[in-house]
Design a protein around this ligand. Structure first.
Ligand SMILES: [Zn+2]
Length: 62
């Protein structure tokens, strides 16, 4: 118990195959364990999606 979460902490997410969708020629899904949005950067190679939060990040400084 908890091992999956540790893997997630190291960026080794497990995509939920049933939730995979195609978006703009790319496959996107969510991690089965932590629900992090994932994108398929290479075939069978999933990575956490880069959230476009430049505005939010800037706001966090204040
Ligand atoms: Zn995860």
């Amino acid at each position: 118990m908890g091992l999956n979460r540790i893997a997630c902490a190291f960026g080794k997410h497990k995509v939920d195959r049933e939730g995979v969708k195609r978006a703009g020629g790319q496959q996107v899904g969510r991690c089965r364990n932590c629900k992090t949005p994932l994108e398929e950067i290479e075939p069978h190679n999933w990575a956490a999606m880069r959230v476009k939060d430049a505005g939010l990040g800037r706001r966090a400084i204040y």
